[in-house]
Design a protein around this ligand. Structure first.
Ligand code: G4P
Length: 289
């Protein structure tokens, strides 16, 4: 998806964000990377490992209310095998957030022991929250922070000071100092981000995007697809994504004057329903076995 490149990431902003994160690494004990549980690959920053230079880290799989819970569990064990602790959370309801502090404590247990042996019993633990836009960083901070609200601000180039939030006694978090970028030069990543709505639809051909989504759904979640749109497997087994879009538009009676099917309207509805998990709880990226 070429369009994604033109959104908001420019080499200058990327360098600036990288520099700001690296400057702030000195101020924190760990990094918490928020990702979208529906796209655990595409919602990650490709350079984060290099940027955080071995700082202890956890992964927060957010939006797990909309993801396929079996696959979320598989990702959690995948990350564990890589030596990275991860937790599944849902910032809409707050589910899973109780695990945040204990997981950070366990990741830092050696460090904490060291501090305690040096007499620093109640040293404040500081964690930097990072993540690409739209994964739910502000929602996460707003849910767990006890003081002021996180500013919902995604524009690169907007300068702002470091924002610290108190989470509990002896525990503070720092909002991402900059805007992290996804792997936008990869078309497949761009498409996944667009499916989930992380990329604004105004710059995307929604009918083409929806046709691609329908192909993905037929392949991976055929039962949910046929149930939601009252389709049969036979009807859709051998047709293009665009023909599935036409069929759904027809079944839903979305006609324009002249009798043509309003595929634009149908595509917006299907994308909205997918993004709201109305078709079902789904994950777009699986752990490779
Ligand atoms: P960001 O700071 O990383 O850019 O993300 P932000 O918190 O702004 O969240 C992006 C969108 O994702 C918001 O929806 C937010 O409500 C939604 N969201 C965040 N966490 C969760 C979650 O765990 N589950 C679900 N279902 N949604 C989540 P929006 O449509 O942009 O705004 P609004 O609906 O809140 O008005």
């Amino acid at each position: 998806m070429d369009e994604i490149q033109s959104i908001q990431w420019f080499p200058g902003h990327m360098t600036k964000t990288k520099r700001k994160i690296q400057e702030n690494l000195k101020l924190v004990d760990a990094v918490a990377e928020v990702i979208d549980a529906r796209i655990p690959i595409s919602s990650r920053n490709p350079d984060l490992d290099k940027i955080i230079q071995g700082k202890p880290r956890i992964i927060i799989m957010n939006k797990c209310d909309m993801a396929d819970s079996n696959i979320t569990a598989q990702w959690i064990s995948y990350f564990k095998n890589q030596g990275i602790a991860s937790i599944a959370v849902d910032c809409k309801t707050g589910r899973g957030l109780n695990n945040f502090i204990p997981t950070i404590r366990s990741v830092l247990s050696d460090k904490i022991e060291k501090w305690e042996s040096k007499g620093m019993k109640n040293r404040t633990i500081k964690v930097m929250i990072v993540g690409v836009p739209n994964v739910g960083k502000s929602s996460f901070i707003n849910r767990i922070a006890k003081n002021n609200k996180a500013k919902v601000e995604d524009r690169p180039g907007v300068t702002r000071g470091n924002q610290w939030f108190t989470v509990g006694k002896g525990f503070e978090i720092l909002d991402t100092p900059g805007v992290l970028w996804p792997k936008f030069d990869d078309k497949i990543v761009g498409e996944k981000l667009a499916f989930t709505g992380a990329v604004k639809d105004q710059i995307i051909d929604t009918e083409r995007l929806c046709s691609r989504l329908l192909l993905f759904l037929r392949e991976n979640y055929p039962n949910e697809l046929t149930k939601r749109y009252k389709l049969t497997n036979d009807e859709i087994s051998d047709i293009s994504g665009y023909d599935m879009l036409l069929l759904i538009g027809k079944k839903r009676g979305m006609l324009m004057s002249g009798g043509n099917i309003d595929t634009q309207r149908a595509s917006i509805i299907i994308l909205d329903e997918f993004r709201g998990a109305v078709i079902g709880k789904m994950t777009l990226e699986r752990v490779k076995s």
